[in-house]
Write a protein that binds this ligand. Structure first.
Ligand code: HEC
Length: 189
């Protein structure tokens, strides 16, 4: 390496260190220098707004396949009658029959089910009185035969024209409602 190159390199180094040192020196009176402002200030995206970079043009991306939310529910049964039957065979109501569970179940039933199924469960709720086709009676032979686990599957996944109630009712609440349905059927357990 020639002497000129070494000299040039040292001068450049001094200049860089000098400028850098000046910029980095703490001075409470002066704003800090931002080396990479793009990293400090990324564009803020609103979760419900469209996106020009994310898949599907949607900002609010769903969970990747197979992710289990911490503290969330893992329900190992898919939709459909076969899975419902399997749930009926395998799941048991974890809640003991108690006055408190029943009271809570009745309250949830009043809030979420009564409009269609009616207070006594025979399918004459207020929306039926306004013209909706009546749902099957919860006091009918089929509803009495459905196992608790199958009922839980129905509330979690929905059945036919009845939607899932998994968003409105947490797992324990679904089991509480099931206690109430059994009470309506006069088959408390
Ligand atoms: C918007 C009206 C509506 C609401 C609200 C509703 N259901 Fe249903 N439910 C239906 C309909 C319609 C069916 C028939 C579904 C099918 O098989 O096509 C049904 C079916 C059922 C069945 C199965 C009955 C059978 O004989 O197959 C049960 C049990 C049941 N509902 C319980 C509930 C409970 C518990 C709630 C409250 C968490 C609830 N439903 C809320 C409309 C409703």
């Amino acid at each position: 390496m020639s002497a000129r190159v070494i000299l040039f390199a040292s001068l450049t180094l001094c200049a860089v260190l000098g400028v850098g040192g000046e910029l980095l020196r703490p001075d409470p009176e002066r704003r800090n220098f931002e080396f990479f402002p793009d990293m400090a200030r990324s564009p803020a995206a609103e979760s419900q707004s469209p996106s020009s970079v994310l898949p599907g043009g949607i900002t609010h991306q769903g969970l990747p396949e197979g992710v289990v939310v911490r503290g969330g529910e893992s329900f190992r049964y898919g939709p459909g009658p076969e899975e419902a039957t399997r749930a009926g065979r395998e799941l048991v109501n974890p809640l003991e029959h108690s006055a408190e569970t029943l009271a809570r179940g009745a309250e949830l039933y009043r809030a979420f089910c009564v409009v269609c199924h009616g207070a006594d469960g025979n399918g004459g709720g207020s929306v039926v009185q306004r013209g909706m086709l009546p749902p099957p009676s919860l006091l009918g032979a089929r509803a009495r035969q459905i196992a608790d686990g199958e009922l839980y599957h129905l509330l979690t996944r929905g059945q036919g024209t009845m939607a899932s109630y998994a968003l409105q009712l947490g797992p324990l609440q679904r089991w509480q409602v099931i206690h109430h349905v059994r009470a309506l059927q006069g088959a408390t357990r």
